[in-house]
Design a protein. Structure first.
Length: 165
């Protein structure tokens, strides 16, 4: 292997780390894409081996550097994914076609709910003591998962927008 005679061990580890990161970008679109983050963690391990090789330790020490680099990279990756991947602090976006308007409760497949924008949402009452019945006029307050949390509507001409059945 004459072509590697002038290459240091740390350079090989660095080339491996760069190759892994470029592969992650090319094939998976980057660290926070659907690639799952394993490739950046592996690259972190290779960078840990670079540090160990620069310190002059042997192969076993470089493997310890790989483990330490992967641990640091995993912690950093988890922190970054939580920071960038935060969910919105609010429920479903406010839609002028839904909020502030009354909707009629219907029964569909044995469940009570409202049909909003063509989709059926089971209802849950926000008001204590209010039992939702088919035919009631309600206003959607928020969504909890797929359930529409509703309260009894005060009927008036400005708020009437019955859902199609």
């Amino acid at each position: 292997m004459e072509f590697l005679s002038g290459v240091s061990v740390w350079q090989v580890w660095l080339a491996l780390a760069l190759l892994i990161l470029v592969g992650d970008l090319v094939f998976f679109g980057g660290a926070l894409s659907f690639g799952g983050g394993i490739l950046p963690i592996l690259a972190g391990g290779a960078l840990g081996a670079v540090v160990a090789a620069l310190l002059g330790v042997g192969f076993v020490g470089q493997l310890v550097g790989v483990a330490a680099g992967m641990a640091v990279a995993a912690a950093l990756f988890l922190w970054l994914s939580r920071f960038w991947g935060r969910r919105a602090e609010h429920n479903a976006p406010v839609d002028h076609r839904i909020t502030g308007k009354t909707h009629r409760v219907i029964e569909y497949n044995g469940q009570l709910g409202v049909r909003l924008l063509g989709d059926f949402f089971p209802v849950e009452s926000q008001q204590a003591g209010y039992l939702v019945r088919a035919g009631d006029e309600v206003v959607v307050v928020e969504f909890q998962g797929i359930r529409a949390v509703v309260c009894k509507a005060e009927t008036g001409p400005e708020t009437t927008a019955h859902s199609p059945q």
